[in-house]
Write a protein that binds this ligand. Sequence first.
Ligand code: NAD
Length: 511
Amino acid sequence: MPVNLHALSVQAPIEVFMTPRYRMLIGSELVPAVEGLWQSIINPSTEEIIAEVPQANAVDVDLAVQAAQKAFPAWSTLSPGERSHYLWQLAQGLEKYSDELIQLESTNAGKPIKLVSNGDVPFAIDNLKYFAGQARVIEGLGTGEVVGGYTSTIRREPIGVIGSIAPWNYPIMMAIWKIAPALAAGNTVVLKPAPQTPLTSLKIGEIAQEIGLPPGVLNIVTGGGPEVGEPLVIHPQARMISFTGSTATGKRIMGLAAHKMARVHLELGGKAPLIVLADADIEAAARGAVVGSYVNTGQDCTAVTRILVERPHYHHFLDRFTELSKEVRIGDISSESTDMGPLVSADQKERVAGFVDRAQAAGIKLHYQGTVPDGPGFYYPPTIFVEAPTDSEIMQEEVFGPVVVINPVDSVDEAIAVANDIRYGLAASVWTKNIHQAWKVAAALQFGTVWVNDHLPLCAEMPHGGFKESGFGKDLSRYAFEEYTIAKHVMFDLSGEAEKGWHFSVFGDPQ
Ligand code: NAD
């Protein structure tokens, strides 16, 4: 059983556990849950318990929100440069513990080590550095005399305590996407990671304490949706809820937040189409589709799930995609040569298998299904369905596993219509060498991100977020920063007169 000495070292009095225990950050302290309950954390590739984390409840949430509320006045009135400095220090702290974060993320979420070390962790650190810079760039309308006799100015103010709730598929990235813009804009945060994958978030809490982030600016509480998430959503002092997760939970959160008229920022599910036009480079499209379909074992809200190929190249594309799918190396997540790891949990494996079983029962043709290694781990193989009806469950619902449908289409217009015939709208791609077709399709697709001749890349400087039931509000970029601010109009009278020229419309006669 691996033992994390750093995690043990934060405990006082000293206790010796076979399984390392991580603590929540509330105010200035790393703490267990008030009730003293612990939850076991499992490595999805071995099914072994690798850590225990506090199982919090509404009392812990209240303590965390109070700590964030107490920290808000001082944090929100720091200069942008001072806040930027803290965020940069936090990014440097993450860099210092980068190797440990990579190991934690890989073993907790079941991710291949090369994905975490080349993707999740360096990208999260880069995003944090971006927001350290963004903290100092406040944009808005210029101050001016927009009405005669007055000067108007816009202030972008922080909102207050932000309740942030994250999913399990990209734990460290989602934690940073929530923490960084919110803190940069002057808010304080209570973060609840997903119950399956809290380890890197709790490590960020330790690092925040180590770098001297002022107490209460960032708080991290662990536990389930009903026990910890809902108390955070309904807490009267949490003035905004930033949520990434499923559309069903997003709807529930929006309903709960409506009772106190709190802002919501919702990054929800996806069901991305990848469109291959007749003039596309088929080798490039097939390779891009394989990467987009099996990234993170398909547990990616932008993952390729519906491939639409213009009929002249349908069989060529299908053959090449299938050949490449057979080359995906599934297995030991600690090996640099592993391409695909397990699903995150037994529940998720059962859920994915359920979609596949129902599609087969509905008569949809299973074109190919790979195999997975013998032994423990929630592994599920690459699975390809073909020619599924647009209204079938496998074409409409988010599977969140390495399962893809490939369908032929007879025209560009049909490809656009099928791609848009879905309640989700997060991401899509089109593959073509024709610039006119690329623009036409990109403009017609109802998705928050559209790639041309690639699928998946994101960057700190550009927004990420959904249309339709994929939610609203943007992550990454200055648009995310703005989400965590509120515009205030301040209007100065310049006349100094007791009786203003317009007063007669309410009281008295014109002068
Ligand atoms: P989920 O909705 O089950 O859970 C997400 C988080 O919400 C977890 O922390 C969970 O504990 C919490 N939660 C659950 N019920 C709650 C409630 N009633 N009140 C408050 N909190 C509650 O989602 P998941 O299965 O963890 O994540 C997968 C989903 O996330 C997929 O649908 C995926 O598309 C989506 N996702 C979207 C984006 C994006 O950028 N749009 C990014 C990553 C993941």
